[in-house]
Write a protein that binds this ligand. Structure first.
Ligand code: V47
Ligand code: ZN
Length: 353
């Protein structure tokens, strides 16, 4: 792992504030959220897997030479999920880990194609995530919603399958709110996915592709123009194009920024070089997210601590960041008002101590 949990440079008091701050997370992957505890449990069920279960060996296994290496390792964890019960366990336990960090609402990016192509029945898959969503809401008070993403590198057959699973009324899960596109960007041009995004948008889903994580600003333009993106996953390279930054700011297209992820996959060299400051300076709506937290040795609290340092934020600034995520989410108005109210009440109470 490239980074120790909880940014050691963040003041202790600010870390305590973050720990209990009610939060929303908009960019976090389902399989990429499997903690060592969850990985161990899945590996015990499937002992032929090459994924190590010992936490120290796992930390080493989760150290990446580049983005392609990260995807290789990611897919080995995907291979651990073989039955609907694995899917349910993963989803429910991920919600438990989120609730511990006071995450009230999360849009979890799920790649159903990866599961159906590995032989999990599509109906059973949908039932497993929905069952876990309802149980997590009842048991932990964390609301989960889904973003189904196309693994772009797997080609148009994967796009077709993902669009079908997301738009077929008999299959489409109640918690599904958005449609995405992930995986490597090099050689995976965004415009080819337009027909699939058109179908998803026509079915009432929001468009949230990854773009500008591992390629330049043209990919972000393509996501906006061809895929009608309402938010951008990462968008890191937008910083290279002032016109793009102005466009994102003017149209209030939020960026889902995942600082530690960008270091772990070597998309950005060091945290201090991360362009999040430039986004804020340009007036772009920034949300802070964890992406694949255990794989990157982080969690959402740590990402807020990193953001506080990079953006020089106090408690009020952190509360604004948390509210950005609620506002940029696809939760209904009443749900947004409730969580925003909780953030304000918590912050006021903290500052009046
Ligand atoms: N930081 C990230 N940036 C981008 N994506 C990320 C990130 N983190 C996690 N992902 C996930 O990785 C998946 C990629 C999976 C993939 O490429 C693939 C290719 C061929 C076959 C198969 C298969 O399953 O058989 C899968 C994406 O769909 C996305 O959900
Ligand atoms: Zn991602």
């Amino acid at each position: 792992m490239t980074q120790h949990l909880v940014d050691p440079q963040a003041p202790r008091d600010l870390r305590a504030f973050i720990a209990d701050l009610p939060k929303a997370e908009l960019h976090v992957h389902h399989v990429g959220s499997a903690s060592p505890r969850i990985v161990s449990e899945l590996a015990a069920r499937h002992p032929d897997s090459k994924v190590p279960t010992d936490p120290e060996a796992l930390a080493d296994y989760f150290t990446f030479t580049d983005f392609a290496h990260f995807i290789d390792v990611y897919l080995s964890v995907v291979d651990l999920i073989r039955t609907p019960e694995d899917v349910r366990l993963l989803t429910y336990e991920v919600a438990r880990d989120m609730a511990r960090q006071q995450v009230r609402y999360a849009e979890l990016t799920i790649t159903p194609f990866s599961s159906t192509r590995r032989g999990i029945d599509e109906r059973a898959f949908m039932d497993a995530i929905e069952d876990a969503r309802k149980a997590a809401e009842a048991d932990f008070g964390t609301l989960l919603r889904w973003c189904f993403d196309i693994p772009g590198e797997a080609g148009l057959q994967a796009a077709e399958e993902t669009a079908r699973l997301a738009t077929d009324d008999r299959l489409r899960p109640e918690g599904l709110v958005s449609f995405g596109l992930g995986g490597p960007e090099v050689g995976v041009e965004r415009p080819q996915f337009k027909p699939y995004f058109d179908r998803a948008i026509a079915a009432g889903l929001h468009s949230v592709p990854h773009a500008g994580e591992t390629t330049g600003p043209q990919t972000v333009w393509d996501a906006l123009t061809h895929l009608r993106a309402e938010r951008i996953g990462h968008g890191t390279s937008s910083a290279q194009d002032p016109k793009l930054l102005a466009h994102l700011a003017e149209h209030r297209i939020p960026l889902e920024v995942c600082p530690t992820s960008n270091i772990a996959t070597r998309a950005v060299r060091t945290l201090d070089e991360h362009p999040v400051k430039e986004f804020v300076r340009a007036g772009v709506v920034v949300t802070i997210n964890s992406d694949d937290p255990p794989m990157f040795g982080t969690d959402l609290d740590n990402e807020y601590a990193v953001a506080a340092r990079l953006l020089d934020l106090d408690e009020r600034g952190l509360a604004e960041l948390a509210k950005n995520a609620v506002e940029a989410s696809f939760l209904d108005a009443a749900g947004k008002a409730r969580i925003t109210g909780e953030i304000d009440a918590y912050t006021a109470q903290w500052l009046s101590r």
